[in-house]
Write a protein that binds this ligand. Sequence first.
Ligand SMILES: Cc1cc2nc3c(=O)[nH]c(=O)nc-3n(C[C@H](O)[C@H](O)[C@H](O)COP(=O)(O)O)c2cc1C
Length: 197
Amino acid sequence: MSQQTLKIVALSGGLQRPSRTLALVEELVDGIAQAVPVQAQTIELGTLVPQFGPVLYRQKLPAEVERALQAIESADLLVAASPVFRGAYSGLFKHLLDFVHQDALVDKLVLLAATGGSDRHALVIDHQLRPLFSFFQSRTLPVGVYATDADFSNYVITSEALRSRIELAVERAVPALRQLVDARAQQAARAPLLALA
Ligand SMILES: Cc1cc2nc3c(=O)[nH]c(=O)nc-3n(C[C@H](O)[C@H](O)[C@H](O)COP(=O)(O)O)c2cc1C
């Protein structure tokens, strides 16, 4: 992986397959990948739940869940998406993030997304997900994306309005991602000079 390549980790909080939440994060990651060089990895919560549901302490987690947590913690950009359950992100989504070290996401760029059955729960992004990542002192990107069941047909995005919201979120994310790439390039250019000093 070159220094210019950003590591994107998408955490899809969907518990079923197929999943609208998964379709949404895939579209977001695709959009970002068209704008900046990325290496992307998707974590599907539903596949991990049987392994971490009854676990309380990180050191007791199986290796696959530990690897997922390490991927989340080492991402340059985390795309964090959950279905809305009773007006909030799902309890299992929070349970996975409860294993993340409290300082591991400081300053991390996070793109927020959610899916729900109702338009009326769109504020889950700003009232639930954003405060969760504020706890972690992450840098949540200004535009998050909320989609409803009506934006999909057979778990595939069919709504042009949703596509526009995804485009806007990507457009607003790209400057922050480019800054990261530039900062890395400058750091890499300085490194040989520092070695000579
Ligand atoms: C237990 C449960 C609770 C739900 N609660 C809400 C809710 O409060 N508000 C809402 O808009 N949708 C609610 N939904 C609908 C889901 O959020 C919606 O269908 C979502 O897109 C499912 O995502 P998925 O396809 O990734 O599983 C609920 C669904 C379930 C199964």
